[in-house]
Design a binder for this molecule. Structure first.
Ligand SMILES: O=C(O)[C@H]1NCC[C@@H]1O
Length: 405
């Protein structure tokens, strides 16, 4: 792929050049040029991005260059695991609130991008291994939660093959609570709870921590077939508050490796009663080629109530680990995970999740598994962003939701 050169435009910051992709409808703005200086380990770089260059995130994720539900990936060619040879390149993920620890949909998009670019963008591109039998290229991506192995279908010419799914193997994933009663104090109660004072939920980790709740348990008996987006936004926001403000629940998102990762990233509303929509040809095509045992739909609110259009790859890893711990997904089985978008739109496929192998349990979680997640990503375009010196907004962004809602 030819990467456009940055525009020579006036302004206080250098042009920032991005390639845009979507994975199951969810955007990834891949930033490969004009990145502020970040140094040290990947987590140190993430900390610097947060503390010193947050306007870089705001200008690219928020309005007018982005929007409330924009998602970004910043390439980091130098990290400690790139130096040690464990990874080929690093990446930081960002969204409307800050920087996350893992992102599955962006990993799927990055897989294609990193196979398609040259060494100016990806210095260790030439070290990637191509397997002529499976016609795939594999790469190790250093993400804030560890290393994920990405397998990218590749054409004979060396470019990625958009007609086959990219897959990745997650970091060790595990359930931290199954069918836990979470109290909902009065100030966090939402209307659909009626007189309930607690809800039953699951917690699991797939590179980031998620709380899973069925639509019915959240107070929406019609499930995700009849979504009331604003009401579900309100309910999940309050549920997240009820969890994160409860000191007795801290252990559910406590990471034994780094304090950085110990936060609740998202609430996933699940609906296992929803199968597929017959008009969804993409999913139908995926299903036809697969021996899938089951299919379910979810709606994920993450970061500051951002809505994932994709089935949320890191949460698919968490959900597969959870289903495996519950005994409802065997090692040999595959499951299709849909989002509202992949369930409802012709041509978009859900993600397929399955247990890849048992993970090393020396980290402390007895039932950790590594999960295979696969999905399709496509290019949508590119941007070269600038900020003019006369622009009163400067290097910043805003969200109309913060002003008007
Ligand atoms: O696929 C994922 O894992 C992500 N999508 C947006 C929120 C998560 O980081």
């Amino acid at each position: 792929m030819e990467i456009p050169q940055p525009l020579q435009a006036p302004g206080p910051i250098k042009p920032i050049t991005c390639v845009e992709m979507h994975t199951a409808g969810e955007p990834t703005r891949i930033i490969w040029n004009g990145i502020p200086p970040l140094a040290g380990t990947l987590l140190e770089q993430r900390a610097q991005a947060k503390s010193k260059f947050d306007e870089f995130r705001r200008v690219l994720m928020l309005e007018p260059r982005g929007h409330y539900d924009m998602y970004g990936a910043i390439l980091r060619p130098e990290t400690e695991l790139v130096t040690s040879g464990e990874a080929h390149i690093g990446v930081l993920f960002m969204h409307n609130e800050g920087f996350s620890t893992m992102c599955g949909h962006a990993t799927i998009a990055l897989g294609r991008f990193l196979v398609d670019v040259d060494e100016k963008v990806f210095p260790r591109r030439r070290e990637l291994k191509y397997d002529p039998v499976s016609q795939t290229t594999t790469l190790n991506l250093h993400v804030p939660c560890g290393v994920v192995e990405v397998t990218v279908p590749t054409l004979a010419c060396g470019k990625s093959d958009a007609s086959r799914p990219v897959s990745f193997v997650s970091v060790p994933s595990f359930a931290t609570a199954i069918s836990l009663q979470v109290p909902v104090p009065e100030k966090y109660r939402w209307a659909e709870l009626h007189d309930k004072t607690a809800v039953t939920v699951d917690f699991a980790y797939g590179g980031a921590y998620y709380c899973m709740i069925s639509a019915e348990e959240l107070g929406f008996p019609s499930g995700l077939g009849a979504v009331k987006l604003q009401d579900m936004d309100h309910a999940t926001k309050l549920l997240k508050e009820a969890v994160v403000t409860n000191p007795d629940l801290k252990y559910l998102t406590h990471d034994i490796r780094t304090a950085e990762e110990g936060f609740l990233y998202g609430i996933m509303i699940t609906d296992t009663r929803l199968g597929h929509v017959s008009a969804s040809e993409g999913t139908a095509a995926a299903r036809a080629q697969l021996d899938v045992s089951s299919e379910e739909t979810g709606l994920c609110f993450f970061a500051n109530q951002q809505i994932d259009r994709s089935p949320t790859g890191s949460c698919v890893a968490a959900r597969v680990a959870l289903a495996h711990a519950k005994g409802s997904l065997l090692k040999s089985e595959k499951r299709i995970y849909n989002s509202l978008v992949t369930r409802g739109y012709r041509g978009l496929s859900g993600f397929v999740g399955s247990v890849f192998d048992d993970a090393d349990t020396s980290g402390g979680h007895q039932q950790s598994v590594r999960v295979s997640v696969e999905g399709y990503a496509y290019y949508t375009g590119y941007h070269s962003f600038v900020v003019e010196k006369e622009d009163g907004l400067g290097v910043d962004g805003f969200s109309v939701r913060d002003i008007a809602l």
